[in-house]
Write a protein that binds this ligand. Structure first.
Ligand code: NI
Length: 160
């Protein structure tokens, strides 16, 4: 891998952030832009694709290593820019240790829980060629976005 601070790597990160924002992704991994580097970006801030999701500040992860801190998994809905217009229920560990480098080469070593842990697992899976559909236990929940909006988002909005 090139130096983190090299112009090429910094430009790639900028392009990934731009693409993630343009398509309202909660995150984006380098393989999704046809680049085989261990880099992903995450950001959730008033995302129209995930209106009920908690905010996550812009996070750049380079060479991330994710270790589950519990055997407990929660089911939650996920979508993915690589699986357009679909949603499915995916089990994810509720707490993980995240070790990585940030975009300035700084060490990241932190514990992530709940939704942030979910997004980290989703994005780092991409770095290993795994999409959320591969993690689903019950493919019958795989739902087209139009149907999902009608049945699930509508219900959630009533709870707000
Ligand atoms: Ni994805």
């Amino acid at each position: 891998m090139k130096q983190i601070t090299s112009p090429d790597t910094q430009r790639l990160i900028d392009d990934m952030v731009e693409t993630m924002r343009e398509y309202n992704g909660a995150g984006l991994a380098a393989p999704q832009v046809h680049t085989l580097q261990q880099i992903c970006v995450i950001e959730v801030n008033g995302n129209p694709r995930y209106p009920d999701a908690p905010s996550i500040p812009l996070t750049v992860l380079i060479n991330p290593v994710v270790t589950p801190l519990t055997s407990e998994m929660d089911d939650g809905w996920e979508g993915c820019l690589s699986v357009p217009d679909m949603r499915g229920v995916v089990p994810r560990y509720t707490a993980v240790r995240l070790e990585a480098y940030g975009r300035d080469g700084e060490r990241i070593d932190t514990v992530a829980k709940e939704f942030f842990a979910r997004v980290i697992q989703h994005e780092t899976d991409h770095l290993h060629g795994i999409v959320y559909v591969d993690r689903m236990r019950d493919l019958s929940t795989l739902t087209h976005l139009a149907e999902w909006n009608k049945h699930w988002l509508g219900n959630e909005e009533q709870d707000d």
